[in-house]
Write a protein that binds this ligand. Structure first.
Ligand SMILES: *[C@@H]1O[C@H](CO)[C@@H](O)[C@H](O)[C@H]1NC(C)=O
Ligand SMILES: *[C@@H]1O[C@H](CO)[C@@H](O)[C@H](O)[C@H]1NC(C)=O
Ligand SMILES: *[C@@H]1O[C@H](CO)[C@@H](O)[C@H](O)[C@H]1NC(C)=O
Ligand SMILES: *[C@@H]1O[C@H](CO)[C@@H](O)[C@H](O)[C@H]1NC(C)=O
Length: 449
């Protein structure tokens, strides 16, 4: 296990490279680590904009006009997408374990922009470099977030050559983005028919990792998940089940804030009872992001780094997790995005759900719990479908997880990963996303289903 990276060193090297000579920049902050395009996307009618960083595909298999585009949205709510750029799926990362210690920023062989254009958007407003003009402009629900994402995408396409818009688009992300991705996608589907053809968005699918989608079902699984992993005993399991029942009752009564607080209390109780650093990964002795938190804040607040990444100078400081955004969504936590997923499946829009199995909170068990409740005519066949063992094609047949699919729905449990799948299993995550987008192999939804 690699030691946490020397962040203060990284800041110095990076800052020097950006402001220093071209030769220094080539070594410390390779040109490929900088976005192809970055800056701000206006989100009318709000008088505000969202930060974006776009990386064009480095080794596409398709002509430029048909090379897929992936949008990545991070969770939290209030965690910047930029973090996944430099820690998980961007072309250059400083993820511990993927770095040999002597090079602060190294090429990520498992980047998601190998075959696809990759667009990171800091959302909701108030997250990362997307400073909120005032606290009252921070959204409090997914309807508003979805409108902002749609407006940002329209601004993005409006600034590109016309052919760009025809590229197949996939919304991807993880964790709390399990609510935003379905909400934004179903809004895109609902809006498209009302738009002139040249303004439509070519949404083909969504990929969602270790997420919160239908909390009232997911919250009932934590006690079992912890118990069957041997993390709590039977008495503790019953205690946790009582807390779960309370969160469910409050949700059913529409007492959103109290329901959200009840869930938070349950999770906090479980963390204490299990002694885990995080319920997001039973194997981690420290939370993956805690290890890098201070350094990341220092790095992304550096004036030279901000300028290099196209972020505005000054304004609110960059934070790993915005408490203001998190607070704004307190009433949203227990609300469900399941109807939006149903709208996607009903329109045969492809849906990939994947979870690292070491996640006690948002792992495969939690996903199965809400999938069982899907109102979708393909559900019986999906539930009957065999679960295939997935072995990496490029990795000497190494076990990578399990894949179940029917029609437009693919569900993957990823072996050897917790909440942050691409950080833990970069090669497998890359194989999964590429095969799924290209609709091939175990992840293809069209062929044999
Ligand atoms: C929009 O925001 C900018 C910058 O915050 C401000 O200067 C401008 O007055 C605002 N415009 C309107 C119409 O509110
Ligand atoms: C670390 O990576 C750099 C760049 O890839 C390489 O030059 C160096 O030899 C590596 N060091 C070790 C100890 O593997
Ligand atoms: C979402 O928030 C907006 C702005 O506060 C509000 O107008 C709207 O009614 C809310 N929508 C839902 C579904 O709660
Ligand atoms: C935390 O767990 C310990 C036992 O491991 C228990 O004694 C203590 O009461 C717990 N604290 C809370 C706040 O639940």
């Amino acid at each position: 296990m690699a030691a946490p990276l020397p962040f203060s060193l990284l800041v110095i090297v990076l800052a020097t490279a950006v402001s220093g000579s071209a030769a220094a920049a080539a070594v410390s902050f390779p040109r490929e680590a900088l976005p192809t395009k970055s800056g701000y996307l206006p989100i009318p009618p709000a008088n505000a904009s969202l930060y974006f960083a776009f990386y064009e595909a480095t080794h596409p298999l398709t002509p430029p006009a048909s090379t897929p585009l992936l949008v990545w949205l991070e969770g939290g709510p209030g965690v910047p997408s930029l973090l996944s750029n430099f820690f998980q799926i961007g072309p250059y990362t400083f993820a511990a374990g993927r770095n040999n210690g002597s090079v602060p920023l190294s090429r990520n062989p498992f980047a998601w922009n190998r075959r696809f254009g990759l667009l990171f958007v800091d959302s909701p407003l108030g997250t990362g470099y997307s400073a909120a003009p005032s606290p009252s402009t921070i959204p409090t629900n997914q309807s508003v977030v979805a409108e902002h994402i749609l407006a940002a995408l329209q601004s993005f396409f409006a600034a590109q050559p016309a052919a760009f818009r025809a590229r197949p688009l996939f919304l991807t992300g993880e964790s709390y983005a399990g609510k935003t991705i379905p909400a934004a996608s179903s809004l895109i589907l609902a809006t498209n028919p009302e738009l002139p053809e040249q303004w439509r968005i070519n949404l083909q699918g969504v990929a969602i990792g270790n997420s919160l989608v239908h909390p009232v079902a997911q919250v009932t699984t934590h006690a079992d998940a912890a118990y069957f992993m041997g993390l709590i005993n039977d008495r503790q399991r019953r205690e946790a089940e009582e807390m779960q029942a309370e969160a469910v009752a409050l949700t059913s009564a529409g007492r959103w804030r109290e329901a959200s607080d009840a869930r938070a209390q349950l999770l906090s109780w479980l963390r204490n009872a299990t002694g885990l650093a995080s319920l997001f990964d039973v194997a981690a002795v420290e939370t993956p992001l805690e290890a890098v938190a201070a350094g990341a804040a220092e790095l992304f607040n550096d004036a030279e780094v901000r300028a290099a990444l196209g972020a505005r100078a000054g304004g609110a400081p960059w934070q790993l997790d915005s408490p203001a955004v998190e607070a704004a969504f307190r009433d949203d936590v227990m609300k469900s995005a399941k109807p939006d997923v149903e709208a996607l499946l009903g329109a045969s829009t492809r849906v990939l759900l994947y979870e690292g199995i070491r996640d006690v909170e948002d792992g495969p068990v939690a996903a199965e719990a809400w999938l069982r409740e899907l109102e979708w005519d393909g559900l019986p066949a999906f539930r009957d479908a065999a679960r295939a063992v997935w072995r990496r094609s490029g990795g000497g047949g190494r076990l990578a997880g399990y894949v179940q699919r029917h029609g437009a729905l693919v569900h993957v449990a990823v072996y050897g990963a917790g909440h942050l799948v691409p950080a833990a299993q970069g090669a497998a995550a890359q194989e999964m996303i590429e095969d799924w987008v290209f609709d091939r192999g175990l992840f293809g939804s069209g062929a044999a289903a």
